[in-house]
Design a protein around this ligand. Structure first.
Ligand code: NAP
Length: 282
């Protein structure tokens, strides 16, 4: 039997519609609209597209945008000053520093100066700590998007064997923490894992976040499982995931396509985080 597709595009649109309604109700109740500040240093075209996409998506749901663009030679201290001002500005609910930054700006260090309550990327050490202690906080957008896909498809995670391939700070680690919090039994794999195929074969829920096109073969997938492909690899055949989609679809029960699976969820969850941050601040 062929797997049912998880339509990330449609679910992301649902989330965005819900966020728009939530923002409208918040403003109707007399609050200031949530605000999302983006900080872009330099003119890298890909980064400019990402930032533009985030600002456009914010505007569509009624989130106020603060679009800060600094020249490529902006000194580190100037970027630090902009972030300090945004941290102190009550109209700004969430802050994103677009990475990578030019070499004179230590983007990693500056990201960590974002106030925890405004860390809508959920990647600062405080947010990571809150996640790992299962305390309320802002969660990283891509793994939260995966959880939302699983939730909306009614996937039962209690006691399920979940295998996450990849242990990055951005995806693999927070993904495993979120699955653990949902009471799955979680195994995290990485480049040094022995017999990756065999570990994957026991997964009721398999999440691939590696960055190697088609690494996860069809016969690594357990019959009747749920397969989530976070990978986004540019190949000659176009955008490809980390999972051999055709092979995996013959065995899985549910599967995300690439593109149109996890990808669209990331910005939707960023919008959700911005509203959450605004409400928590108020
Ligand atoms: P990353 O930082 O490069 O981490 C990759 C992870 O995969 C590492 O933990 C690495 O292990 C592991 N790995 C590499 N080769 C492996 C192999 N042959 N077998 C087993 N594990 C292996 O990447 P990332 O930022 O997590 O991103 C992963 C993928 O997701 C990329 O394709 C990226 O484009 C995509 N992505 C998509 C979204 C989205 O919105 N859909 C968002 C973020 C990322 P070691 O730790 O041992 O090196």
């Amino acid at each position: 039997m062929m797997a049912e597709l998880i339509d990330g595009k449609a679910i992301a649109q649902q989330v965005r519609d819900e966020v728009r309604e939530e923002v409208a109700a918040w403003v109707a109740a007399g609050h200031e609209p949530p605000g999302l500040a983006t900080v872009l240093v330099g003119d890298d075209p890909a980064s400019a597209i990402y930032v533009g996409g985030k600002q456009k998506a914010s505007a569509e749901v009624g989130i106020r945008g603060f679009d800060h663009r600094l020249p490529a030679d902006a000194p580190h201290d100037e970027v630090a000053r902009v972030l300090d001002e945004l941290n102190a500005d009550p109209a700004v609910s969430g802050i994103l520093l677009q990475l990578p930054t030019p070499p004179q700006v230590d983007g990693g260090a500056l990201s960590e100066t974002i106030a925890p309550g405004k860390d809508v990327d959920g990647l600062t050490p405080i947010s990571v700590g809150l996640l790992n202690k299962a305390r309320p906080g802002l969660r990283p957008c891509t793994p939260s998007g995966v959880m939302e896909l699983l939730r909306r498809h009614g996937v039962d995670l209690q006691g399920a064997e979940a295998v996450v391939v990849g242990r990055s700070d951005l995806v693999g680690k927070p993904m495993s923490a979120l699955l653990l919090q949902a009471n799955a039994t979680v195994t995290v794999c990485h480049s040094r894992t022995r017999d990756l195929a065999e570990v994957c074969r026991r997964a009721d829920v398999l999440v691939a976040a590696v960055g190697v096109a088609n690494l996860v073969r069809g016969d690594w997938v357990k019959e009747g499982s749920v397969v989530i492909d976070v990978g986004m690899n540019r190949t000659e055949a176009g955008l490809t995931g980390d999972v051999d989609f055709a092979g995996a679809s013959e065995r899985a029960r549910l599967i995300t396509p690439v593109p149109g699976g996890v990808g669209p969820m990331t910005i939707a969850m960023l919008l959700k985080n911005t509203v959450l941050a605004a409400k928590a601040a108020a």
